[in-house]
Design a protein. Sequence first.
Length: 134
Amino acid sequence: MKKLLLLLILILPAPVMAQAMVKPLEPTRVSLADDSTATATDKAFNELLRLELNERATVRFTQARFDYRILTATAEITSKGKLQGFSAAVAILTQAEGKEVNLRLHVTVGPTLDAVASDAGAFLDKELQTRKRK
């Protein structure tokens, strides 16, 4: 048996052996809640957040069966009637015994929606991968 294993190691190229030993990474199924009362800023933020998470390729968006539901809320920050930036809150929810349980809330502030979505995307990517490993 040891001779056969040694023979396989010598014959098979390293990438083939590594590929055989690596389990494919399944993306986390996520539902990004769409609210009918969402403002234009909310909708723009959700689309930017979806793009951020798609770039990382660690989540798959679905509305049917999902591991986590993501809720978002945004607000414009103004001073003396002039737009100064944006804030966003991101909540991650999951099912537990038929009830949704809040796992984590993240609030971010930035000068543009892109910056806020980038920060929220980095948080979600890290948090969802950590939760998946547990």
